[in-house]
Ligand binder design. Sequence first.
Ligand SMILES: Nc1ncnc2c1ncn2[C@@H]1O[C@H](COP(=O)(O)OP(=O)(O)OP(=O)(O)O)[C@@H](O)[C@H]1O
Ligand SMILES: [Mg+2]
Length: 252
Amino acid sequence: MKDIKIKVNDLSLYYGEKKALNEITMEIPANKVTALIGPSGCGKSTFLRCINRMNDLIPNVSIKGEMLVEGIDIYNKNVDVVNIRKKIGMVFQKSNPFPKSIYENIAYGPRINGIKDKTQLDEIVETSLRQAAIWDELKDRLDDSALGLSGGQQQRLCIGRTLAVSPDIILMDEPASALDPISTSKIEELIHQLKEQYTIIIVTHNMQQAARTSDQTAFFYMGNLIEMGKTNSIFTNPVQKQTEDYITGRFG
Ligand SMILES: Nc1ncnc2c1ncn2[C@@H]1O[C@H](COP(=O)(O)OP(=O)(O)OP(=O)(O)O)[C@@H](O)[C@H]1O
Ligand SMILES: [Mg+2]
């Protein structure tokens, strides 16, 4: 039996009166890449934000159903949101490094978590940047501002920053959509390496990217989960007509 990291049961989300997610039920396996695809506005980012309770920050949001992470419903009143966000890192479409040095971008999270020892922080910075496949490019300029990096480097730095606080799960919302093809393939390669240690959920509009990077794919349409399965079967042999129409480019 595959190891299930996240189990979602009948999860619905409303922005005010508007229902943006309709009774989503799915299982997300550990140490795999799950891709979320579907046309603009179908609820992919909304769903992703449910996994680390980022929607809590938006006014008038109400959520029903369960989001079980390692068997614990993260919407349970007794759950500590700060702890959840520590375990679940997020990378956004637009890279968002802090206006600080490369070193400080990585050391920031661990410092907040109480690590003060310089040797230990140095080690975390190196390990995180290595894992983010950017150590060799940056090791001689750790004190330079992160804002001087290229877009692709900034995005890998942000992935490194996420890894520095040792999450279990990494959420990525279109992490490569603002990048050139070479930076994109670096990110895709990185995703492939990271899944040995992390459970990854990636939103993408790029069908080839979903096909290349993910083990399983979920197709959303108008707030509904239409179909989910092994990436290979979703792309070669979808069960639902809507899925087929979308992946063959007939709409979306
Ligand atoms: N903060 C918000 N307040 C109200 N409605 C919202 C909010 N965020 C998203 N929505 C609505 O919820 C629906 C789903 O939006 P969401 O951003 O999750 O879609 P998406 O699949 O990520 O789209 P895209 O591919 O364009 O990023 C849309 O109809 C959107 O307008
Ligand atoms: Mg989105």
